[in-house]
Design a protein around this ligand. Sequence first.
Ligand SMILES: Nc1ncnc2c1ncn2[C@@H]1O[C@H](COP(=O)(O)OP(=O)(O)OP(=O)(O)O)[C@@H](O)[C@H]1O
Length: 384
Amino acid sequence: MLEVDVSLTQGAFTLEARFTAGQGVTALFGRSGAGKTTLVNLIAGLAWPRRGRIVLDGVPLVDTAAGIRVPPHRRRIGYVFQEARLFPHLTVRQNLLYGRLFAPRDATREPLERIVDLLGIGALLDRRPRHLSGGERQRVAIGRALLSAPRLLLLDEPLASLDAARKAEILPYLERLRDELRLPMVQVSHQIEEVARLATTLVLLDAGRVAAAGPVTALMAQPDLFPLLGRFEAGTMLRAVVEGHDGDWGLTRLATAAGPLLVPRLDAAPGTRLRVRVRARDVILATAPPQGLSARNTLAGEVVAVGGESGEPGEDAGGVAAAAAGAIVDVALRAGGEPLLARVTRQAAAELGLAPGLPVWIVVKTVAVERRSIVPALPAELEC
Ligand SMILES: Nc1ncnc2c1ncn2[C@@H]1O[C@H](COP(=O)(O)OP(=O)(O)OP(=O)(O)O)[C@@H](O)[C@H]1O
């Protein structure tokens, strides 16, 4: 458990942040300049707060009132940066073993083989960093951090410099750290998709303050937070189980608490537990059971809240000024206990009379659920 309650001023910027992070992955999310890196640096011990406390597993790392300042190398915190920062003259194996030098003798040390296996870097051990791809370098950097036997791993946008294919290659490894090593992680990310997939807790930063903190699934379904989350990508995660495949049509049937969902065929056995990200802009609402529709998925639910007006369908957090134009509204929904979201025009919301409690049919186009929107389930103990 990480407890943070700090304040700091650097130039014109003031950080006043208070949150706790438990098991799983805590994502620090916010616009550029919100204070994410500053916060991570404070946790790592690379910067010092003017006032406050940072406590890891009950051990104070900083406590300005008590005059406690544990230096970075004594904190047992692993840090992975945007660039891998490997030693160019050392092999992958030597880079990894360098991490081992920082592991306290009495700490539980994961064997090198386990880390190598977990990160799939066995074939790279004798190479030097310049002969690795960007994704491979990052996996080695993560391995080096893990070999120092950390109690917490900090990830400051380690995927930011990678293209989409390399990102997709690394994410499963980070999931394995979360689920198999059970190592708590604090991750800085700009990408809500990455957060939705990896994180369990979300700390939403806005101009140096914590605007909201809590379970990712719950916060992502809150329309009042969309301006900070980035409206265009707003969506929710549905828990699902593979029911079977419809081979002739190239489709997979999923069971969810909200109802059955058909998605493009997945390579997953019946019974596999998954999460499906349904974007608000891919959802259509109807106030009567739709007839003669090409969309395959119609779920029965009700409106929870209507709000968060904005101007442009493509605008992101930076475009909130256009809100006065108010062409689009975000509608929070619930179907079978699961949260869902829809983005509709204000005109449609008015014509349909959308208001809290109204029963609606929620239509999700099968083709809108892309393969990358379907991710493995969280282990039960990390689900909120
Ligand atoms: N050494 C410094 N002196 C003065 N101001 C600073 C210093 N370092 C950072 N800042 C300011 O502090 C604020 C927070 O910076 P920080 O790097 O933590 O933001 P961030 O959320 O990580 O941004 P990004 O997503 O762009 O990396 C910014 O306004 C930045 O300009």
